[in-house]
Write a protein that binds this ligand. Structure first.
Ligand code: 2AM
Ligand code: CA
Length: 253
């Protein structure tokens, strides 16, 4: 079986397992990695399922998951966030997702983000465009700040990182039409990809939060840089836009 089909089958199975946990929240125990960093039984179960499936089918692939760490492999690796938006998931707020990126020779070649409670599956392959529930997607054409709806998040504040995202938020919030803070970086990147949002920026994320979403956004015609405008995926400094308003937002970043 080729990798694409296997990736889509696996993320579907993982998302359905997570949704099953979401439907019986009272059984899903919350554990605290630190005061504001939590993980649930479901996170561990979903990551274990994905890792098992990968090892069974592609044993020469490495694996990097948020909950079980890194395991080397010769053919490439899967970069996995079993549940991106765990806080939302644990509370029954529907913006959470399973995120899987396929890295080969150091480059992200495929990415899938599945938000089962929203019934949204995003997929992209390098050079082949991006899809939402099987249909091709494109970023928005919004090119004026006063028409921009942008997402952000405050992982930096939960991790006590200084300087944090608040001064940037304060500058940008005065110039744009609206903000959305929904708690899943992976879903936010996909919303920029399908044009329902125009931008997303956040500090202090991890590669497993953004690797798949970043490819999906780029394949939908979007742009990602750090806050200085350098064209790279730096999970600690993410400015992701439709391209048209990138320069204006960077000026405020
Ligand atoms: P998670 O749910 O997988 O932890 C929301 O702002 C984004 O920040 C989510 O992608 C979330 O991923 C991530 N996040 C939340 N708390 C964080 C922390 N303390 N450190 C780093 N990332 C965090
Ligand atoms: Ca997670």
């Amino acid at each position: 079986m080729e990798m694409k089909q296997f990736l889509l089958e696996t993320i579907n199975e993982a998302g359905m397992l997570a949704l099953d946990w979401a439907h019986r929240r009272e059984q899903n125990e919350v554990h605290y990695k630190s005061a504001k960093d939590l993980v649930t039984d479901a996170d561990f179960a979903v990551e274990a399922l994905i890792k098992d499936r990968l090892q069974e089918k592609f044993p020469n692939f490495g694996f990097w998951g948020e909950e079980s760490g890194q395991q080397k492999g010769q053919d490439g690796r899967w970069i996995v966030d079993p549940i991106d938006g765990t806080v939302s998931f644990a509370r029954g707020f529907d913006y959470w997702s399973v995120s899987i990126a396929v890295e080969i020779e150091g480059k992200i070649e495929m990415g899938a983000v599945f938000a089962p409670a929203l019934e949204l599956l995003f997929y992209a392959e390098k050079g082949k465009g991006a899809t939402r529930n099987g249909k091709a997607i494109q970023v928005s054409k919004t090119d004026r700040l006063e028409q921009v709806i942008t997402a952000t998040g405050f992982a930096c504040i939960r991790s006590d990182v200084e300087p944090n995202n608040l001064p940037r938020f304060n500058r940008i919030v005065k110039e744009v039409l609206g903000f959305r803070i929904r708690g899943s970086a992976a879903v936010d990147l996909c919303s920029v990809a399908d044009g329902s949002l125009d931008a997303f920026f956040e500090q202090n994320l991890n590669l497993y939060d953004v690797a798949a979403g970043a490819l999906i956004l780029e394949e939908a015609g979007g742009k990602i840089t750090d806050f200085k405008g350098k064209e790279q995926l730096d999970p600690k400094a993410v400015m992701a836009t439709n391209g048209s308003i990138h320069h204006d937002l960077l000026n405020l970043a």
